[in-house]
Design a protein around this ligand. Structure first.
Ligand code: UFG
Length: 339
């Protein structure tokens, strides 16, 4: 298939571009580079050994999106593009709704006009909200997120489910747990701008000397060591999940289907820190501080639907995730270069 990857210069998008190419697909990237660096494209082209066509604009621009579909022959879309910082979304809700919902509507309209019917959507475990029992299962309702960012994921899922039900699309909604790690080459990886919000990139920046110490947000949760449990998934496993979902779309019995992409295991903040320390062979400074508002004590995936229907499961361990994150971070202490 010739696959349009929106947000293909981003962290998960870039790894998925490579996995799609390795699986024999052609890829076209659209990305506005608002939260990614153009240098990632050169790295991807080196890894893939081929030119990757890139369109640099914001998908919320209907006219440009229409022109893209008129110019390129596209068979399917993997849609990552969107704003993704939980805290920022509370401060700038309108930007999040306009961008994250607007880009999906613009994209799906252009897909309809050009008879492109296969879509894989980048969703999040955040759609399960605060009341869902663990492990999370795809049949759980109602979906309610607790941040504007999370609500854009819920709303996008609803928009896509309605359009699919009207017979216009086949959609896989991929609910990610906590993506970490990097490509084994160490040449692409997660490159957050500013202070990292997420645990693994923060630990990696402490290890490389960019941050003084890790703040552990609370050790009084009802878990074995008192820190929160998350289901960390290697970004390469996650990328493989997108390829599996894309290739399954044509055979799907229903027009829309959600899949959890996680390992099925919880790892605590301190366990992840210890695993990283093992990977680099030294201890890292940390201090326990107060809880971060909105954090849930523990959640992980029931990944059995993805295993049964997509034939997909995670293959990489927490130790692999740490070793690969470190290879990327130590080879690229400041992330991707600006130019
Ligand atoms: N944590 C720290 N210190 C840090 C950063 C994180 O102790 O500097 C802790 C958090 O408190 C949490 C765990 O590490 O217990 C994981 O935090 P992340 O920010 O890495 O991940 P979250 O599970 O909070 O966030 C993820 C996704 C979001 C999504 C959210 C929904 O990154 O996109 O789940 O719960 F919205």
């Amino acid at each position: 298939m010739r696959v349009l990857v929106s947000g293909g210069a981003g962290y998960i998008g870039s790894h998925t571009v490579l996995s799609l190419i390795e699986a024999g697909h052609d890829v076209v990237v659209v990305d506005d580079f608002s939260n990614s660096k153009p240098a990632v494209i050169g790295r991807l082209e080196s890894l893939a050994g081929q030119h990757i066509p890139v369109h640099a604009f914001d998908l919320a621009d209907h006219d440009k999106t229409e022109r893209l579909f008129a110019a390129e022959s596209i068979d399917a879309v993997v849609h990552f593009a969107g704003l993704k910082a939980v805290g920022e979304s509370v401060a700038k809700p309108l930007e999040y709704y306009a961008n994250n919902i607007g880009s999906t509507i613009s994209l799906v309209r252009a897909m309809r006009r050009h008879d492109v019917r296969r879509l894989v959507f980048s969703s999040s475990a955040t759609v399960y909200g605060e009341a869902a029992p663990v492990p999370y299962v795809e049949t759980y309702e109602p979906l309610v997120a607790s941040s504007p960012y999370g609500r854009t994921k819920v709303m996008n899922e609803q928009v896509l489910a309605d359009v699919a039900a009207a017979g216009e699309l086949h959609v896989a909604l991929l609910r990610y747990f906590n993506p970490v790690g990097a490509h084994a080459s160490g040449t692409i990886g997660e490159d957050p701008q500013g202070i990292p919000n997420n645990l693994m990139p923060f630990i990696a920046q402490v290890a490389v000397g960019r941050r003084e110490r890790l703040s552990v947000f609370g050790d009084d949760y009802p878990t074995a060591d008192g820190t929160c449990l998350r289901d960390y998934i290697h970004v390469e496993d996650l990328a493989a999940g997108h390829v599996a979902a894309l290739e399954h779309l044509g055979a799907m019995a229903e027009p829309v289907r959600a899949f959890n992409l996680g390992s099925g295991h919880g790892t605590s903040v301190l366990e992840l820190l210890r695993a990283f320390e093992r990977a680099i062979g030294r201890e890292l400074p940390y201090e326990v501080v107060g809880r971060r508002p909105g954090d849930l004590p523990a959640f992980w995936a029931d990944p059995s639907r993805a295993a049964d229907e997509l034939g997909w499961r995670t293959t990489r361990s927490v130790d692999d995730m740490c070793a690969d994150t470190w290879r990327w971070q130590s080879q690229n202490p400041q992330g991707f270069p600006d130019a």
